[in-house]
Design a protein around this ligand. Structure first.
Ligand code: GSH
Length: 344
């Protein structure tokens, strides 16, 4: 089964070779310049995934993935509003990046080897360590994934979820009936309408989708996590400046949490004598300039959306309806694995 139905264009060796022979940088280099000239960042997001990217009742995009886009806009322009959100389904997301329709993809996308080695894309880091799980009806009396043999499972086309699902059933020698749907909404509806016994996707999404079911409390997430799903922003290969900008803005948000730099206290941080904080907020060194930005690039991002922990708690953590525990996404200093290299 291919990774996507509408298959993203695999850049052929011939195209790469032609680029090299011509001695010119790939056509998609200098993304920052294009973004600055356009005065808005084109950010690919999901079409409607509570907590990650969805429109609120005032038609404003909100969510964890959305805030990464806003942090980038704040870092680039000093204005978190300079983002154009481009909602994409799973199958269309990588093609949108390849064809320059978006500058960055911030859409619950799993970092896998083939998405880098065959699609010409590169992941800038892990914004959210996720895993794949299963949602079932409480009344089914199923309490482990090993009882799922012969059940009908709903999943979304063009995702890692459909591939891992097949692997898991095959390796446990369980018969499987799959119902493949095009969007998250269709999957949820099919499950709610009992067209399938099980819904599978990234666990974070199961939390989000459960809230939208007719009777959320009548469904449980099984304890098994059957695959690693490291989610993060992706860009095109061949533009290292842009790649660094996305990567270091994400790391800046994580480092800000570690250093206790928050949106409400950013003005204090700008006066801090702590060298780690000074480098992060740009009162020492020229780290922003080296990215092609202003030296207070990270301070702008944190002022606009908060540090990593603030973004997490507001959208998907304890202050949100999803209430997903930090778990693996806690900082390495707090028992998790979120760990950003230093700004120095
Ligand atoms: N992380 C996985 C799954 C991503 C994915 O697209 N999942 C579906 C739900 S099963 C989704 O989020 N859909 C949102 C949408 O269609 O807007 C991947 O990168 O393939």
């Amino acid at each position: 089964m291919p990774d996507c139905t509408r298959r993203p264009v695999v850049l052929s060796a011939a195209i790469w070779l032609a680029m090299l022979v011509a001695g010119s940088p790939p056509v998609h280099a200098q993304t920052l310049k294009t973004v600055q000239e356009r005065s808005t960042l084109n950010c690919g997001v999901s079409q409607g995934l509570l907590g990650f990217s969805s429109m609120d009742d005032k038609n404003i995009w909100t969510g964890f993935d959305v805030d990464i886009c806003r942090a980038l806009a704040a870092a680039i322009f000093g204005d978190p509003a300079k983002v154009t959100f481009m909602p994409l389904d799973a199958a269309a997301r990588f093609t949108a990046l390849q064809s320059n329709n978006i500058d960055v993809l911030s859409r619950n996308s799993t970092w896998t080897m083939s998405r880098e080695t065959s699609l010409g894309l590169i992941f800038a880091g892990v914004a959210y360590y996720d895993g794949q799980g299963f949602l079932v009806r409480r009344e089914s009396d199923i309490d482990t994934a090993l009882q799922l043999g012969g059940k009908t499972v709903c999943t979304q086309t063009g995702t890692t979820s459909e591939l891992n699902l097949a692997d898991y059933f095959r390796s446990n020698e369980m018969p499987l009936k799959i119902v493949q749907l095009g969007t998250a909404e269709e999957s949820r509806k099919a499950y709610d309408d009992r067209k399938c016994d099980v819904l599978t996707s990234d666990v974070s999404q199961l939390y989000a989708e459960r809230l939208k079911l007719a009777a959320p409390d009548s469904h449980i997430i099984l304890p098994e996590v059957i695959a690693k799903e490291p989610l993060g922003p992706a860009v095109r290969q061949g533009d290292d400046q842009w790649f660094n900008l996305i990567k270091w803005t994400l790391y800046a948000l994580i480092n800000a949490e570690e250093l206790g730099v928050k949106s409400a206290t950013i003005d204090d941080a700008l006066k801090s004598p702590n060298p780690n904080i000074r480098r992060l907020v740009g009162t020492e060194g020229e780290f922003g300039q080296q990215l092609g930005l202003a030296n207070d690039w990270a301070a702008r991002a944190v002022r606009a959306v908060g540090n990593y922990g603030e973004i997490y708690e507001r959208n998907i953590g304890t202050q949100s309806r999803l209430s997903i525990p930090r778990g693996l996404n806690a900082l390495w200093t707090q028992g998790g694995i979120q760990y950003a290299p230093p700004v120095r």
